[in-house]
Design a protein around this ligand. Sequence first.
Ligand SMILES: NC(=O)c1ccc[n+]([C@@H]2O[C@H](COP(=O)([O-])OP(=O)(O)OC[C@H]3O[C@@H](n4cnc5c(N)ncnc54)[C@H](O)[C@@H]3O)[C@@H](O)[C@H]2O)c1
Length: 253
Amino acid sequence: MRISGQSALVAGGGSGIGAAVARHLARQGARVAVLDLNGEGARAVAAEIGGLACPCDIADALATETAIAAARAAHGPARILVNCAGILAPGRTLGKDGPMPLESFRRVIEVNLVGGFNLLRLAAAGMAQLDPLGDGERGVVINVSSIAAYEGQIGQIAYATSKAGLAGMTLPAARDLARHGIRVLSIAPGLVETPMMAGVSEEQRAALAQSIPFPQRLAEPAEIAKLAQHLIENVMLNGEVVRIDGALRMAPK
Ligand SMILES: NC(=O)c1ccc[n+]([C@@H]2O[C@H](COP(=O)([O-])OP(=O)(O)OC[C@H]3O[C@@H](n4cnc5c(N)ncnc54)[C@H](O)[C@@H]3O)[C@@H](O)[C@H]2O)c1
């Protein structure tokens, strides 16, 4: 799909990878709605790119429906959704203080996985109403998963499970939505230089970089945005999870 002139939704667009995707799509000529729980971040990015801030919790069905409706009213119906919203909550299955609180596990699944599906279903419903473009394509949805979906580390049980859910959703969602001309893809980044990594010290960061075969550095958010651009533009890509990790395969810890 050609990006220029399209209306796009970028969830988690108020920070990190999502902000880079929002900027990149805007530079390609898309009208971008920035959906984020952090209203301040969403407004700052939207102001910078001439987009629209739509603060919402992606795990909340009604709030997300309202946000997508606001984006539609301002920009027209969206043919592109890139979901970069996500949270990390470290914790072992069985920690020093006993079993992981079920609420911690549930919240990560609720935001990362249920929220991702919530966006997918609502955006797809809008896309299915649109006229088809070339190749019968009506829309494209990209979820940001993680290589933790495959190599979740010690202490990442909730996060890895949620990201594996997004990866697992990719093919069945693409199959479900094929009859509507909607493609579904996922990106599985390795380590990316974003505020999510803010808690990691310089020393730990250097050690992490050393563990990456090549190139031995964290990815820039803009590199993830460039991949999203390609996935949107190349209609033959569908139902696939694409790793972008410098050949990193994470060790147990
Ligand atoms: N940074 C990395 O190394 C890395 C690696 C692999 C995957 N990822 C994934 O990439 C995505 C983006 O991460 P990032 O590093 O840019 O993190 P980030 O913390 O900078 O950005 C995440 C954004 O999601 C928003 N968000 C959180 N919960 C939300 C909710 N319920 N509703 C709406 N918005 C919500 C936050 O407010 C924030 O703006 C996440 O899904 C993350 O899991 C990151």
